[in-house]
Design a protein around this ligand. Structure first.
Ligand code: COI
Length: 373
């Protein structure tokens, strides 16, 4: 636990507050049922970058549209990356975030892969602190579901107006924030997954390990196919052999076996290394499970569901936290590991352990929390 609100960032943020901030009762209304990604707070943090001047003009300004030329490179060549994080309100009113150094490191790796400038970890964390400090009233209490928070979305894109294909000289970094409840509208109801055979999300040597908009755009045709088949999310396989499970459109996946193994696809370079994934691997050991990171053939899922060897399957990510998985469907077939009396005990135990740390209800023995406000 890093219990300090002091900064090591060299940037100074100029703060320009909205003259007509959202009234407390309107914020309370949003907090009643925030859903995911629908309502945005009053402000955003912005920093500009140019190849000559580096990072400059750090500021917190009213949330609102960007002035972007139609020739802005991001609109043509998708030079863009983002992160997903949350701010959690603790019982004493303080506001914390979870493993921001891991997100900062991943953001830097994504930046390198997309030929974008690297924002130093201290500046990245400071941008979150500045925004959350100004918009602290927007951070909800955990609520009945125990998972309401303020979702933070740092992102960076090529704002230079230029149509030649090269890394842009003008870049915008921004953080916006949005009150969040459960990612899936059904809450903890198990999600149904579609097995994508026609589409892959990412390939060897591509951008699969980077958190860039292009990966999510490339998942959408599969997502659409899944929706047409009544599914909530898509399981993508490796692009070269169509054999091994990679990840869902925006989440990692875990399979729990009745013999105590908990297995997740190993990082191949085309899978995003989730911060929640990494945390679950650590927590699983603490509850007596045996974590394994390895390649998982899709046939193993089908066989394990059929034989009853699989106890549980769940998806995880910052937005989804831990969400139980139900049926897997594909063109012409389906399987379901869930049997009469199924209880998702492991998923729910890990979920509570994680949320208890994030909301400060137990001691943060891993040093995963950083205080923002
Ligand atoms: C997250 O879990 O934060 C994600 O980035 C997933 C998705 C909402 C894009």
């Amino acid at each position: 636990m890093t219990d300090t609100t002091s900064t090591r960032s060299a940037l100074t943020f100029e703060v320009n507050r909205r003259s007509d901030p959202t009234p407390a009762d309107a914020i309370a209304k949003v907090h009643e049922n925030p859903g995911f990604g629908k309502t945005f707070t009053d402000h955003m943090a912005v920093i500009d970058w140019t190849s000559d001047g580096g990072w400059a003009n750090a500021r917190v300004v009213p949330y609102g549209p960007f002035q972007l030329e139609p020739a802005a490179a991001v609109l043509h060549y998708a030079q863009e990356i983002f992160e997903g994080m949350k701010a959690y309100r603790h019982a004493d009113g303080s506001i914390w975030t979870f493993r921001p150094e891991a997100n900062a490191a991943r953001f830097a790796n994504s930046a390198r892969r997309l030929a974008l400038p690297v924002l130093e970890a201290d500046d990245f964390v400071e941008s979150l602190r500045q925004l959350v400090s100004v918009d602290r009233a927007w951070v909800p209490e955990p609520g009945d579901s125990g998972e309401k928070s303020l979702y933070l979305r740092p992102f960076m894109f090529a704002s230079e107006a230029f149509l030649g294909v090269r890394p842009a000289d003008g870049i915008t970094y921004c953080v916006i924030a949005s009150p969040a409840g459960a990612y899936f509208s059904g809450g903890l109801k198990p999600v149904t997954l579609w097995l994508s055979i026609n589409y892959a999300r990412a390939g060897a040597g591509g951008t699969g390990a980077a958190k860039c908009g292009g990966n999510y755009a490339s998942s959408l045709a599969g997502q659409l196919e899944g929706i047409e088949h009544g599914c909530d999310q898509v399981v993508f396989l490796d692009s070269s052999t169509h054999t091994f499970i990679e990840e869902l459109g925006g989440m990692n996946l875990f399979i729990v076996y009745k013999d105590g193994r908990i297995v997740t696809p190993e990082l191949t370079g085309s899978i995003l290394e989730g911060v929640t994934r990494r945390s679950i691997l650590a927590l699983a050991e603490e509850v007596g499970l045996r974590p394994e990171e390895r390649s998982i053939p899709i046939q193993e899922w089908k066989d394990g569901a059929e034989s009853g060897a699989i106890a549980e399957i769940f998806a995880c990510g910052t937005a989804a936290v831990i969400t139980p998985v139900g049926e897997l469907r594909w063109e012409g077939g389906s399987c379901n590991h869930r049997r009469e009396g199924h209880d998702d005990a492991v998923a729910l135990k890990l979920r509570s352990k994680l949320l208890d740390i994030q909301y400060g209800r137990v001691e943060d023995t891993h040093g995963w929390l950083t205080r923002l406000v």
